[in-house]
Design a protein around this ligand. Structure first.
Ligand code: ZN
Length: 252
């Protein structure tokens, strides 16, 4: 099954639907479907996979995609078990994301990078991990001096940076070039597996640069604002900050 199907999420985060043909189907507890192209994000880097719908062009039959994952380099769509027999190899489908959910994840993901950028620039604290759901997320930092007062000022600074309407750029760099960028090293790029020859980066221009496989909004203005909803110590050095988006998710 080569070459790999087209993976639009990495190139155009705003692509929410596409026509595709079924290349491979596996039945089991849930049917797994591989297409010749898709807009689904398979999950990773703390961003959950997309959900959405497949609709067969020939007869309008639909299947709910309850999740997606990467397997053998391919993006695999996992169908809802109650939807019956899966589509067949060769079927032409319309592929549609649950766009409100995806857009919320994009805004949340970019908000978390803005938080990382501020915490690094103003406090020199490295990020050690993170996770998100639509509209809310958390980041862990090596941040010994974190306090309630500091977290309040971090929230205000992140909101000012988001309001500064900074562009968010996607780049793909050769490995050697990426490893020469100090900002990338601090986010533990050195942990990336040997075999990866190209590094995808997300840059919030003037604020943050990270190796990242996720989907992001194109400008920080689209995030709106954030609120810090909690912070906690995970040890003397390791601290966690929780945030949420302040306004309801707009379905663009
Ligand atoms: Zn990220």
């Amino acid at each position: 099954m080569t070459p790999t199907g087209e993976q639009l999420c990495y190139v155009d985060a705003y692509a929410r639907s596409v026509s595709a043909r079924v290349r491979h189907v596996e039945t089991g507890e849930a049917a797994l479907v591989v297409l010749d192209r898709t807009v689904f994000y398979p999950g990773g880097g703390g961003q959950p996979s997309d959900r959405g719908l497949l609709m067969r062009a020939a007869d309008g039959r639909t299947w709910t995609v309850r999740g997606a994952k990467k397997a053998g380099g391919e993006i695999v769509h996992e169908l809802e078990t109650s939807d019956g027999d899966p589509p067949a190899v060769g079927d032409d489908l319309q592929v549609d994301l649950d766009w409100a959910r995806r857009l919320s994840l994009m805004r949340t993901h970019t908000a978390l990078h803005a938080l990382c950028g501020v915490v690094w620039r103003d406090h020199g604290a490295k990020v050690t991990g993170g996770n998100m759901e639509p509209g809310a997320g958390r980041m862990d930092f090596e941040f010994e001096t974190m306090s309630g007062d500091l977290v309040g000022s971090i929230e205000a600074t992140v909101n000012a940076e988001l309001g500064a309407a900074r562009d968010v750029l996607v780049n793909v760099l050769p490995r050697a070039e990426a490893f020469a960028i100090p900002d990338l090293i601090r986010t533990k790029i050195d942990l990336l597996p040997e075999g990866i020859e190209e590094i995808r980066t997300i840059e919030i221009v003037g604020l943050d640069l990270q190796a990242d496989g996720g989907t992001h909004v194109a400008n920080t203005r689209e995030v709106g604002g954030i609120r810090v909803t909690g912070y906690e110590s995970k040890g003397r050095i390791n601290k966690r900050i929780r945030i949420e988006l302040v306004d309801p998710v707009a379905d663009a």
